[in-house]
Design a protein around this ligand. Structure first.
Ligand SMILES: Cc1cc2nc3c(=O)[nH]c(=O)nc-3n(C[C@H](O)[C@H](O)[C@H](O)COP(=O)(O)O)c2cc1C
Length: 178
């Protein structure tokens, strides 16, 4: 697929929308619902079988995904705010819950994610400044240690809330403040 040039144009979810996708254990998309296609502008054919990072937006810090994969690999669910890329370069923000898909024998079959509309005020006040700080750290450093430093900044931010990461994210989603 051709590289998409990000545009400063937002697609805003409706409050009742939910976007769902499933992946295999490697993170390749195995299912997406119609709302996913409608919002992102990608067809099912373009999405299925491709790595989920195909909708990765450059404004998303790598540290957020590092934390997400660590949680999933430990068998935990993950909550987080994510900015995604549409097929035409527009973007959309979601509040995502990502969960391992575990079969009857306790084996991880893949992962799934359900996403809802975040409050614009919460993004503006808490998430965008935090992600900008993480991106700046990642831009200054190199490779893995830059990501570790960015995760450390995220953890420091979380520590200041006196909550666990997922708790803090849920609080922001439900109450709009910490
Ligand atoms: C179930 C599931 C859903 C995901 N959803 C997204 C998503 O909506 N946007 C995104 O950028 N990455 C998503 N990811 C994470 C990507 O797999 C990838 O780690 C991320 O885009 C960072 O890509 P990079 O490692 O190439 O930088 C998801 C992963 C899983 C397992």
């Amino acid at each position: 697929m051709n590289k998409i040039t990000p545009q400063n144009r937002e697609v805003v979810l409706h409050k009742d929308d939910f976007i769902v996708s499933k992946t295999c254990t490697k993170g390749n998309i195995t299912y997406c619902n119609r709302k996913f296609m409608a919002i992102s502008g990608f067809s099912e054919q373009q999405l299925l079988g491709n790595p989920h990072n195909m909708i990765r937006h450059p404004d998303m810090p790598k540290g957020v995904f590092r934390l997400m994969w660590q949680a999933l690999q430990q068998g935990n669910e993950f909550f987080g705010y994510v900015k995604n890329l549409c097929a035409d370069g527009s973007y959309y923000w979601v509040f995502a819950n990502v969960t391992p898909d575990i079969d009857q024998n306790g084996q991880v079959q893949g992962y799934y994610s359900v996403r809802r509309k975040p409050e614009p005020e919460t993004l503006k006040k808490y998430i965008i400044p935090l992600y900008q700080e993480m991106l700046a750290i990642e831009a200054r450093g190199q490779g893995s240690s830059a990501i570790e430093q960015s995760v450390a900044a995220l953890k420091q931010w979380v520590d200041a809330t006196e909550m666990q990461y997922c708790q803090a994210m849920m609080r922001l989603y439900q109450q709009g403040s910490l």
